[in-house]
Design a protein around this ligand. Structure first.
Ligand SMILES: NC(=O)C1=CN([C@@H]2O[C@H](COP(=O)(O)OP(=O)(O)OC[C@H]3O[C@@H](n4cnc5c(N)ncnc54)[C@H](O)[C@@H]3O)[C@@H](O)[C@H]2O)[C@@H](O)CC1
Ligand SMILES: Nc1ncnc2c1ncn2[C@@H]1O[C@H](COP(=O)(O)OP(=O)(O)O)[C@@H](O)[C@H]1O
Ligand SMILES: [K+]
Length: 513
């Protein structure tokens, strides 16, 4: 048997992957079971989990009245444990249970029995909005990450009655599906903090669920990390320790061509797009960028980009000739290419046949809406596609209606044979064999024209410098977000390239969160 994580994409660190893994609810259940089989009782895990929840409440809020909303499973069990600890720390506790206490099973039944034994009177009320009266803090322990249908009845009624009261959610805000981040926002509470266990879940990082989690606190409750070697989770949170060791290093022995030589295709109208991409690639440290521009617009490109070599090309033949330069190490096509421009299809296919890594963005994707397979068939070397959701739906209409963004990107990568970077607040990057990351570094200010061109140029620059495609795409999405964060409000895409060098240098030392 091959060692765990041996098949990770080139450039991705296996130990970091284990640290940053995001576990589906099914995988989390396996981690629980493996730990229990290895000798840790489930109730011990629940006691530690409940204590972590109680600590989160005490760390953030003045001692007062806590309403503990408990569900019928182990999530509710954690709630009972937290209730008992908070009562012992001087909190006034009201606890509401969905269903009958006699129907609780296993560890949850034990936790409920312990709570009742420690209380002087019957302290398990039926779950209803009444429990919330006078609460200064609410613990939401109704449902865990494995939920996959909307809460109904008194659960829905009580959860929607929480209003603006501060909420500490156990595992997930109840109603959020851990596998994909789906939730009914009329029911699912918005937490101030979500206390989860062992590792995050996809739903903590994917929209819309992510915005309801508040601060995510991931607690070690004694789950056996060797369980990850068996489970081999294929999704992780995008952090520098995954790919920092694959960031290109500079060398005294390099010259400008050997520091990466990128060709960027320029179009006839949206000149700014290819210019932004070129600037980003240059700031990523490529030694040389050639912009292949239409003859008529070449002077404009030259004015905008003094340090790039601008080739004015008469026709598509000239463009294809440009690709023959054996020193090229990658090519980017799409930003500002023009969907109507003569020869666009042929130029994209020319890039794919050139046997150098190809980065396809924007128009290079959209113009293949009628024949996506022809795009995938011509791939001769590694390829990165960087669609936003609109472009994605043009190339993969059947996948764009899936209810899980990770699956969308994964299946698109599998079908196309490319690394797919599906953009947004919760950008997902997937490789053809199913490995995927979710990026959470992008602030909403990145939703601005031209930001995608910068991202494509940055990824292309890192790839041209020799970084493996999946690792480069992960690095680009992360660094793009960090640069945007640094730019602050009023961000325009032009701000981003100049902020990249600092973001890159800071990420060289892995910072594990
Ligand atoms: N081994 C353990 O004991 C551990 C358990 N943990 C906790 O366990 C939780 C997972 O426990 P469970 O798997 O029991 O999941 P839940 O606590 O989410 O419970 C699922 C229960 O809710 C019912 N249910 C599902 N959807 C419903 C709906 N829409 N309306 C009404 N009822 C519905 C199900 O029939 C089932 O009885 C985690 O979230 C975590 O809080 C953690 O403490 C880690 C360790
Ligand atoms: N709400 C958002 N929060 C954070 N980042 C976002 C959001 N919406 C879009 N982005 C990011 O902004 C960039 C926009 O790219 P794109 O849509 O291609 O624009 P353009 O083609 O004008 O450059 C992408 O990197 C995307 O991930
Ligand atoms: K919950």
């Amino acid at each position: 048997m091959s060692s765990p994580f041996a098949n990770l994409p080139t450039g991705i660190d296996g130990s970091a992957w284990k640290r940053q893994a995001l576990l589906t609810p099914v995988e989390m259940g396996r981690a629980d079971s493996i730990t229990i089989e290895n000798g840790t009782p489930g109730y011990t895990l629940m006691l530690v989990a409940g204590e972590a929840v109680a600590d989160a409440v005490c760390d953030r809020f003045e001692t007062g009245t806590v309403a503990v909303l408990c569900g019928p499973g182990n999530n509710g069990g954690d709630g009972f444990v937290a209730a008992k600890i908070l009562a012992s720390r001087g909190w006034s506790v009201r606890l509401g249970l969905l269903g009958d206490r006699t129907e609780l099973k296993g560890d949850a039944a034990q936790a409920a029995a312990d709570w009742v034994a420690a209380s002087s009177e019957e302290t398990v009320e039926p779950l209803s909005p009444e429990i919330l009266t006078d609460a200064t803090v609410v613990i939401d322990a109704v449902f865990g990450a494995g939920l996959n249908r909307d809460p109904e009845g008194s659960a829905a009624e009580t959860l929607s009655a929480i209003g603006n009261r501060p909420v500490v959610a156990v595992d997930v805000p109840s109603g959020l599906f851990g596998a994909n981040g789906a939730c009914n926002r009329d029911i699912t509470p918005k937490a101030a903090v979500t206390v989860t266990f062992f590792r995050g879940k996809p739903g903590h990082k994917l929209l819309p669920g992510r915005v309801l989690c508040g601060d995510l606190s991931i607690c070690d409750i004694g789950i056996d990390t060797t369980a990850l070697n068996v489970i081999e989770p294929k999704l992780a949170l995008n952090r520098p320790d995954l790919w920092a060791s694959a960031l290109p290093e500079e060398s005294p022995f390099h010259h400008k061509y050997s520091r990466g030589y990128l060709m960027v295709a320029g179009g006839p109208e949206m000149i700014g797009a290819a210019c932004l991409a070129t600037r980003a690639a240059q700031r990523a440290g490529v030694g040389m960028v050639t912009v292949a521009a239409p003859l008529a617009q070449a002077p404009l490109y030259r004015l905008a980009l003094q340090s790039a070599v601008v080739r004015g090309l008469k026709d598509t033949r000239g463009f294809l000739d440009c690709l023959e330069d054996a020193r090229l190490t990658a090519a980017l096509i799409g930003p500002g290419l023009g969907d109507e421009a003569a020869g666009s299809h042929e130029r994209v296919l020319g890039v794919l046949r050139a046997n150098i890594p190809a980065i396809l963005d924007a128009d290079a994707l959209s113009i293949f809406a009628d024949s996506p397979d022809s795009l995938f068939q011509h791939r001769a070397a590694p390829m990165l596609l960087t669609p936003h959701m609109g472009e994605f739906a043009r190339l993969f209409p059947d996948l764009s209606t899936l209810d899980n963004k990770v699956e969308m990107a994964r299946r698109a990568a599998e079908r196309s044979g490319a690394v797919v970077l599906l953009k947004g607040y919760d950008t997902v990057i997937a490789d053809p064999s199913g490995w995927a990351v979710v990026n959470d570094s992008a602030p909403p200010t990145l939703a601005v024209a031209g930001a995608g061109d910068v991202l494509a140029g940055l990824a292309a620059g890192l790839i041209a410098k020799g970084m493996p495609v999946f690792a480069a795409a992960c690095a680009a999405a992360y660094l793009h977000g960090v640069a945007a964060d640094r730019a602050g409000s009023g961000l325009i895409a032009e701000d981003l390239p100049d902020l990249l060098p600092e973001a890159i240098e800071r990420s060289r030392i892995p910072r594990v969160r």
